[in-house]
Design a binder for this molecule. Structure first.
Ligand SMILES: [Zn+2]
Length: 127
């Protein structure tokens, strides 16, 4: 069996942290339909743009499983709500970055992991 590369393992570790932070911060309110769900068990961390922006907090939001899976991300509403929450410039920035961003390298992921761990600890302490 082939061992997963370090980059991939780090990416997975960072994603786990990111997902928990985003779902905790949402307090269980779906970003795209507003439904209240249990953030621990009934919520996903959903993407507006897939591919390269896994750790951009504007691009990743708490979503109920219905929106994320059955509505395939409910992307029109997702985009609209990004614009409402962060402004048109932020949305346009994401539009550019989804095409131009390079993949996360090991050094990037190591930094991201440290930042996410701090952020999660702060959130846990607030509760
Ligand atoms: Zn929803």
């Amino acid at each position: 069996m082939k061992k997963k590369g370090l980059r991939e393992r780090l990416h997975n570790q960072c994603w786990k942290l990111m997902s928990e932070i985003v779902r905790r911060e949402s307090k269980g309110i779906c970003f795209t339909c507003g439904k209240f769900v249990d953030w621990k068990y009934e919520m996903d961390a959903g993407h507006c743009f897939h591919g390269k922006l896994d750790f951009d907090p504007r691009n990743i939001q708490g979503q109920c499983k219905y929106c994320n899976k059955y509505k395939k991300g409910n992307l029109n509403q997702f985009a609209y709500n990004i614009i409402k929450k962060y402004g048109m410039e932020a949305y346009e920035d994401l539009m550019v970055k989804k095409n131009t961003a390079t993949r996360y390298e090991i050094e990037d992921l190591e930094k991201i992991k440290i930042d996410l761990k701090i952020k999660l600890k702060e959130l846990e302490e607030k509760e």
